[in-house]
Design a protein around this ligand. Sequence first.
Ligand code: SF4
Ligand code: SF4
Length: 315
Amino acid sequence: MLIKNSTSQSTTSQSTTGVVFDIQKFSVNDGPGVRTAVFMKGCQMKCVWCHNPESLSAQKQLAFNADKCVGCRRCEQVCPNGVHSFNNDGHHKVDFDACQTCGQCVDACMQDALKIYGKEMTVEQVYSEVIKDKVYFDKSGGGITLSGGEALKQFEFCLALAKMCKANGVHVCIETNGASKTEHYRAIAPYVDLFLFDYKATGDDLHKTLTGMTRRLVDTNLHALNELGAPVILRCPMIPGYNLSDEHFEAIASLAKSMTNILKVEVLPYHNFGKGKATEIGKTYDVDAIMPEDKEVNAWIESIKRHGEINVTLS
Ligand code: SF4
Ligand code: SF4
């Protein structure tokens, strides 16, 4: 029997399904060693600089790469919902809101200009992909990283996958914005080796302006993980013109010093990878930050270190 729960995940007696938008093998930026990163759809926050805008919606989404399109109009012919249309000058218009993600145009396009972000997968299907690289995990100290979006928005799926990985000797990391339910962090912590926990901005007002949420739940969850003794790396996106200040550097250092479970601080310099992907799914991307040079990044790292004897590195 199929049972739908409140997070739109479905379960059978044997499997739990989640909506995954990417599985990246041999990732070296999502935790220690060589890792397989599993990217889950859906997020509570809306960070203005989001580098995975295709992750924000929990639903599957159509993406269109105009650079690849040759204007053959095959997509227009097969779409039952009139999503694709063309001006007299041949300009291809896409009505993203009308798309039902049936995938017919994706199959029809010979140029690979269309794709659907998001695929429903069972825990077992994802695990079978992950476990293929166990030999590399074991050699490098790597494993699986559950990411997103916010992975824990699909909590039942993540819990089941983390349990399965842990039971089979796979190191488990979760990348989190910190804004999921506190009871979810408590429940999954025994099956997680390392939390990569975001620290996005200092001060409730600024945090809300930049992410759509205040810091309150995030701070509550950080304290809960500290009480549990769950290992955390604090990950700090640095967005010039948006969240940088000496107050911010000091707050990062102060937090890292105050919690015994924070192993280190990682600085994530701004990049604009999200811009092209936002355009492909019909969204705007309004950040006008400039990607920093190495000397600026090093200066930020030193600024945090000046406020305390803590380990701070580039992610
Ligand atoms: S995925 Fe289906 S509904 Fe969406 S644009 Fe393509 S053919 Fe139309
Ligand atoms: S099928 Fe592909 S290449 Fe042809 S018009 Fe549609 S998106 Fe462009």
